[in-house]
Write a protein of this length. Structure first.
Length: 95
């Protein structure tokens, strides 16, 4: 499973780098709409699970458009919305 996740993550970042390479040629509204950011939070495993559920619920409206095409505006474009959440500390590390 870890290998598959690594391959998928690599593919997403290849797509990101490709878009960054052509970003200046994209329409200005898409250049402005794309966003990058990161936020460090301190949460429990339970809270992180709840946060993931909340994000899934928020994105569900847009995900339905991908599955069925229904309600998709004519000027809509396919967008990868990546959300990554993982511990960055190593509780087993000594030091």
């Amino acid at each position: 499973m870890d290998f598959l996740n690594a391959v998928v993550a690599e593919r997403y970042f290849e797509q990101l780098l490709a878009w960054l390479g052509r970003r200046a040629e994209d329409e200005p509204e898409w250049q402005e709409a794309a966003h990058f950011g990161d936020t460090v939070v301190y949460v429990t495993a339970e809270e992180l699970t709840a946060l993931g559920t909340q994000l899934d619920e928020l994105l569900e409206t847009y995900s339905e458009r991908a599955r069925t095409g229904e309600g998709r505006p004519p000027d809509a474009r396919r967008v990868s919305f990546l959300h990554l959440a993982f511990p960055t500390d190593n509780p087993t590390a000594k030091g």
